[in-house]
Design a protein around this ligand. Structure first.
Ligand code: ADP
Length: 193
């Protein structure tokens, strides 16, 4: 089974989650944020502990448990009928997050578009993350050094995912705009893919 997929891509704080949540409310779109799947695990479960260990340092969780957990979430969502792969487009946020994950998911995902939320101001990203730390009680957003590591991890490990899928599916979106304007730009392109 190969899922028809659009990826939300961009630096931490670029607004992927905000857009993804909205897109997921549209009929025939199913939103899955990998970070949310991790955060739904209890802290004392083995995967919950691995997640805490890596995310608190601003690093990526190793690929095997990540892809396995994601697969279990998608299967469970399919069984309960929340995700209907024959009718729905999968809106993925936070996965694949490096080239190896993209390769691991090669047979599973049919990526028809990547919405690359481009944020030009690093200061703005950092501020958004710090505001979110307070609102959502996220440890990985609270510390400036962890934020820096996360932004570096994004540049070094995640950015190559764009080259992996190539220019044909790439849709750069100006993420410095208001959420409503970003949504407008994403939707304008989404209805055409
Ligand atoms: P953000 O979009 O702000 O980076 P996420 O909620 O997507 O935040 O991710 C939070 C943390 O969860 C990441 O820093 C990483 O440790 C872990 N994580 C989420 N998705 C993945 C993934 N696909 N592979 C590895 N680690 C991941």
């Amino acid at each position: 089974m190969s899922y028809r997929t659009v990826l939300l891509f961009g630096a931490p704080g670029a607004g992927k989650g905000t857009q993804g949540k909205i897109l997921g409310t549209i009929p025939n779109f199913f939103h899955c944020a990998c970070g949310d799947v991790f955060r739904s695990m209890t802290h004392d479960s083995p995967i919950g502990q691995i997640f805490m260990e890596y995310s608190s340092r601003g690093e990526l969780v190793p690929d095997e448990p990540t892809v396995q957990l994601w697969g279990e979430f998608i299967n469970a969502s399919t069984k309960t009928g929340r995700f209907r792969p024959d009718q729905d487009t999968l809106v993925l946020d936070g996965i694949p997050r490096n080239e190896h994950q993209a390769e691991m998911l090669k047979e599973t995902l049919k990526v028809v578009a990547i919405f690359y939320l481009k944020c030009t101001h690093v200061d703005e990203l950092t501020e958004r993350l710090q505001r979110r730390a307070l609102k959502e009680n996220r440890l990985d957003d609270a510390n400036i050094d962890v934020i820096r590591t996360r932004l570096e991890t994004y540049e070094r490990e995640s950015k190559p995912v764009l080259d992996y899928y190539g220019k044909k599916v790439l849709h750069p979106i100006d993420a410095d705009q208001t959420p409503a304007k970003v949504l407008f730009d994403v939707l304008g392109r989404l209805v055409k893919v």
